[in-house]
Ligand binder design. Structure first.
Ligand SMILES: [Zn+2]
Length: 627
C-alpha cells in the first residue's frame, strides 16, 4: 500500500489475508477523525497560465518519531505503469511551523526523510501540470484538474490518518470532487487512499446531475462538445440504472462523473465514488459518438464494483511507490469491458442489431491476431507494466491485450454459464453472487473466488474453462457458442456476395492481399506509407519487409498510405511484383508474390430454426428473461 509501504505491508502480513480491508480501515479512520489531527493540504493556482499548482502540506506533530518520511507516488491505480509523477515537483521546501528550514534528506527519486524531532512541519512545493489525461494533472486559464497521485505526498505510516485539502481557486471557478466538505470549507478524506482516489475538477465547467432513488449523480462537464448535453445525462442515467439492476442498488449516496471534452480523448479512470472520462468533444456528429460515450461510461461505472470494491488483494490498499503485480486484470478489465456492452444493450442505448454488429466487427480483428494464443491471460495481466503499457513493434504478432482477450473469454463464460442454466444465469449473476457474498462491501477477490462463483451460479465446476482460457492458451470457441445461443453464424471472404460488397469490380479486387499493415505519416496523414506490421508467413513477410520500411512504389507506380492497397489490388493473387522501399534512408527493392486474402467477414443473426433451448440462452444473454 502506500508509499508507506513498510508499515502498511507489515500490517497486512501480520493480519493474515485482509478481507474487506479498506472499508474497515475507512470506518476506523472516520471514527478517529474526531480525535486525530488530519494531514492538511492546500492547493493554490495563482497563475494558471504557468501550469503550476502551488501545494502546501502541514504534517501534524508525531511525538513518537524523530524522523518522518515523505513519499511521492510513482503510479496511479487503474493505470499500470510507473510514471514517476515526482518528476513534475519543483521548489520543495520543508520548514517547522515558525518557518525555519528543516533538514530533508532525499533518499531516492521519490522519498525524503525529514528530521522533524516529533514536531509539526510544513512542506511546500510546486507541481507542473500540463498533461491532459485522466491519470495526471493539468492547469491552464480554462480549468484545473488533478488525479491525487500526481499532486500529493504521502507520509509514511500515516496514510490511514484523515487528510484534508483546501482549494484556493481563481475567482469565479468552482470545484467538483467526490470528497465531502467540512464545515470550514476544506474537502475531507478519511485516508490518504481516499484523498488520491478522489480527482478534482476546478473551473467554470457545466454542473449537471440527476438522482436515481436516494443516490445523487453529479456531472462536471468541461470543454467544447457538439453533443446534446441532455442526451449525455440521459445516457448516464440509463447506464447507472442498468448497472444497479445487476448489483441490486448503489454502494454510495453520491457519485461524480468528471467529463473532459477534448480535441482528442478517449479513456477513463475509475474511482470509488467518481470517474474521470476524456472524450473527443466533437465526435457527436453521428449516433456512434453516443454509443462510444455510453460504452466508456458503462465500463468505468462497472468498475465502481469490479476493481474498486471487489478486487485482487494487491489492488488496494496500494503500494504507490512501485509496480503492484496482479494476475487478475483479465477479470477486472476484460470482464468489465464485456459487461459494458451488455449493459448498454440492456440500458437501451444499443439495440439488438447493434449488439450483433459490434461482435461481427470486433471478433474477426481479434481472431486474425497472431499474438492472441502466445501468453496465458493471467500472465498478460502480470506483465501489464512492461508489455501492454509499453508496447513494442511486435505487439500485434506476439501478444494481445487482457482487455481484448478478457472480453471474449468473458463472453464465452457468460454463454457457458447460460448453457448450464437454460439461459437463466450468466456473468451478471456471477458478479451479483460475489457482491452478495462480500455483504455488499469492499472485499478481496481471487481467481479461486471467481471459480467458486461460477460453480455456484452455473451449478457445476467450470475449472476446466479457467484452465483452458486463463491459464492455457486455447482459442476461445465463440462461433460454436454463438450457434448454441441460437445464432446463425457464417464467415464469408470479402469477395463473396454475402459479405455485402455490391460493386463487382471491388469484389474481384478484394482477393489481393500481402499481409502488411500500413500507417500513414506524418501522423494522421496518408502522405507517406510505412510498414506498421507484417503478419508472420504472409507475402510481405516472405518479401523481407519489416517494421518501419517506407513503401514508395509498387511495380514502378508511386504509392502512399491510401493508394498502396489499391496498387496491390491491380495485380491478381499469384502475380510477382516489385516493391520499392526505403529502409533507413537506403532505397531497396524486393519481389513480392501477391497472396489471397485470408480475411473473413463475420455474419451473425438470430436463426429462425433455433431450438427452444438455444433461444432461452440467447434471451437470457440479452437480458430479455425467459419466455
Ligand atoms: Zn477499465
Amino acid at each position: 500500500m502506500i508509499a508507506t509501504r513498510k508499515r502498511a505491508r507489515a500490517n497486512q502480513a501480520g493480519a493474515k489475508q485482509p478481507e474487506m480491508m479498506t472499508t474497515t480501515t475507512a470506518r476506523r479512520a472516520t471514527t478517529r477523525a474526531t480525535a486525530v489531527e488530519p494531514i492538511r493540504f492546500q492547493v493554490a493556482m495563482a497563475n494558471p497560465g504557468r501550469h503550476e499548482f502551488q501545494v502546501t502540506m502541514r504534517v501534524p506533530a508525531l511525538p513518537d518519531r524523530t524522523h518522518v518520511e515523505l513519499v511521492f507516488p510513482a503510479w496511479a491505480p487503474g493505470s499500470y505503469m510507473i510514471r514517476d509523477f515526482v518528476r513534475h515537483v519543483y521548489g520543495l521546501r520543508i520548514a517547522d511551523e515558525r518557518g525555519r528550514p528543516l533538514d530533508g534528506e532525499r533518499l531516492d527519486k521519490q522519498r525524503w526523510r525529514v528530521a522533524s524531532g516529533g514536531a509539526a512541519f510544513v512542506v511546500s512545493y510546486r507541481v507542473f501540470a500540463f498533461e491532459a489525461s485522466v491519470r495526471t494533472s493539468f492547469l491552464d486559464d480554462s480549468h484545473g484538474y488533478w488525479n491525487g497521485t500526481s499532486l500529493f505526498f504521502a507520509v509514511e505510516g500515516e496514510t490511514t490518518r484523515p487528510h484534508e485539502v483546501a482549494i484556493d481557486a481563481p475567482r469565479g471557478w468552482h470545484v467538483s470532487t467526490a470528497l465531502p466538505r467540512s464545515p470550514a470549507g476544506a474537502h475531507r478524506a478519511a485516508t490518504y487512499d481516499e484523498l488520491v482516489d478522489s480527482p478534482v475538477e476546478v473551473g467554470t465547467h457545466a454542473r449537471l446531475g440527476f438522482r436515481v432513488g436516494r443516490t445523487a449523480f453529479e456531472v462536471a462537464l468541461y470543454g467544447r462538445t457538439n453533443a446534446d448535453q441532455r442526451r449525455l445525462v440521459a445516457i448516464l442515467r440509463q447506464v447507472v440504472q442498468a448497472t444497479a439492476a445487476i448489483f441490486g442498488g448503489f454502494p454510495f449516496p453520491r457519485y461524480l462523473f468528471i467529463i473532459h471534452a477534448l480535441p482528442v480523448g478517449s479513456g477513463g479512470l475509475e474511482h470509488h465514488a467518481s470517474v474521470t472520462m476524456d472524450i473527443t468533444g466533437l465526435s457527436f456528429d453521428e449516433e456512434k459518438g453516443y454509443v462510444r460515450f455510453a460504452d466508456l461510461a458503462a465500463h468505468e461505472f462497472f468498475h465502481a464494483w469490479n476493481v474498486k470494491r471487489l478486487h485482487d488483494p494487491v489492488l488496494g490498499p496500494f503500494d504507490y511507490t512501485r509496480e503492484n503485480y496482479t494476475r487478475m486484470l483479465w477479470f477486472h478489465e476484460g470482464f468489465t469491458d464485456y459487461l459494458a456492452n451488455v449493459i448498454i444493450l440492456r440500458a437501451g442505448v444499443l439495440d439488438e442489431k447493434g449488439f450483433w454488429r459490434w461482435i461481427a466487427e470486433d471478433w474477426p480483428r481479434y481472431a486474425a491476431r497472431p499474438g492472441r494464443l502466445e501468453t496465458p491471460l493471467h500472465e498478460l495481466s502480470f506483465e501489464a507494466w512492461i508489455k501492454l503499457y509499453k508496447p513494442a513493434e511486435n505487439h500485434f504478432n506476439n501478444t494481445v491485450s487482457y482487455y481484448e482477450k478478457g472480453l471474449w473469454v468473458a463472453m464465452a463464460l457468460d454463454l457457458e454459464l447460460r448453457r448450464a442454466t437454460r439461459g437463466r444465469r450468466g456473468l451478471p449473476e456471477l458478479f451479483r453472487w460475489l457482491w452478495e457474498r462480500a455483504q455488499r462491501r469492499e472485499a478481496t477477490v481471487t481467481e479461486a473466488d471467481v471459480r467458486a462463483a461460477a460453480r455456484a451460479v452455473g451449478g457445476r465446476s467450470f475449472d476446466g474453462f479457467f484452465e483452458r482460457h486463463v491459464h492455457g492458451t486455447d482459442d476461445v470457441p465463440l462461433p460454436a457458442l454463438w450457434r448454441q445461443a441460437g445464432l446463425a453464424v457464417s464467415l464469408a471472404p470479402p469477395w463473396a456476395p454475402e459479405a455485402g460488397e455490391s460493386d463487382p469490380v471491388r469484389r474481384v479486387r478484394a482477393r489481393s492481399w500481402c499481409g502488411a499493415m500500413i500507417e500513414g505519416r506524418p501522423a494522421g496523414s496518408a502522405e507517406r506509407a510505412y510498414v506498421k506490421n507484417v503478419l508472420p508467413g504472409s507475402p510481405a513477410d516472405k518479401a523481407g519487409l519489416t517494421y518501419g520500411d517506407e513503401l514508395v512504389a509498387l511495380d514502378g507506380d508511386r504509392v502512399n498510405a491510401t493508394t498502396f492497397a489499391k496498387r496491390l489490388a491491380d495485380h491478381p493473387a499469384g502475380r510477382a511484383v516489385t516493391v520499392s522501399y526505403f529502409r533507413r534512408d537506403r532505397l531497396q527493392e524486393a519481389r513480392l508474390v501477391v497472396g489471397t486474402s485470408p480475411e473473413r467477414k463475420l455474419l451473425l443473426e438470430p436463426s429462425a430454426q433455433a431450438p427452444a433451448e438455444a433461444v432461452a440462452i440467447r434471451r437470457g444473454w440479452l437480458g430479455l428473461g425467459g419466455r
